[in-house]
Design a binder for this molecule. Sequence first.
Ligand SMILES: Nc1ncnc2c1ncn2[C@@H]1O[C@H](COP(=O)(O)OP(=O)(O)O)[C@@H](O)[C@H]1O
Ligand SMILES: [Mg+2]
Length: 260
Amino acid sequence: MPLLEVQRAVVQFGGVTAVNDASFTAERGEITGLIGPNGAGKTTTFNVITGLQRPTRGDVFFERRKVTSLPVHRRARRGMARTFQRLEAFGSLTVRDNVRVALDIHRGLRGVFTASGADIDALLARVGISAYAAERADSVPTGTARLLELARCLAGDPKLLLLDEPSSGLDDAETDAFGDLLKELAAERRGIVMVEHDMDLVMAVCDQVHVLDFGSVIASGTPGAIRSDPAVQKAYLGYSDVEDAGDHTQELEPVPGGVA
Ligand SMILES: Nc1ncnc2c1ncn2[C@@H]1O[C@H](COP(=O)(O)OP(=O)(O)O)[C@@H](O)[C@H]1O
Ligand SMILES: [Mg+2]
């Protein structure tokens, strides 16, 4: 049984079908990519997994148990953590205090109250933002703020990490380091599901990729298989000629709405 299973999920907003009978799984110890053009339903799917959005139909299973109607905080307690496309840290607190608060919240849930300085320092170092510890969270570069979000998630020692466009705002060197960190986190037997537009990163780190288009899963497989899948190329304009030599990953960029 996979760590996470989304089974035939449908989400309708009035007349819009944001998620259309989507089924996929994510495993422990693996990085699972969820990709697709803008508006494909990726964030809505994350909301269904974490409990922010009740699906119109379908189910979510986490560690074999149906969690479809569990509230967000109960899924979190079972080991789900997510970062948001929009950043959520406390802007007026320092980077360090944001991590402290996250640790205190998670330990408070378990009855252990104060985060030690060493624990905070370890998390900051782990995601590579120790140099920004004393800065206000609203004054750091976007890439650093994203890494802070990740540190706050890791404070809860999650079994499943859901990352919504984690590399946006990171430069190339930061993205490489981030990919290495994701692999380390997966090697600890965590499951990671990542919505990501940087195809180089997706191709480099993901074990499995699911492609959403107009709310439906149009392809699932390894990055290599996904890259040469005709349905995927059709959903991503500008990436239709696999016969050419060379590196096409730069061209596999999402196009708003895909093709009609
Ligand atoms: N709360 C909402 N109410 C109405 N429509 C929504 C809502 N959230 C998302 N949508 C629509 O659902 C579709 C999927 O959106 P979203 O999940 O944000 O896509 P993605 O994250 O892949 O870009 C889009 O057409 C979007 O406009
Ligand atoms: Mg989105």
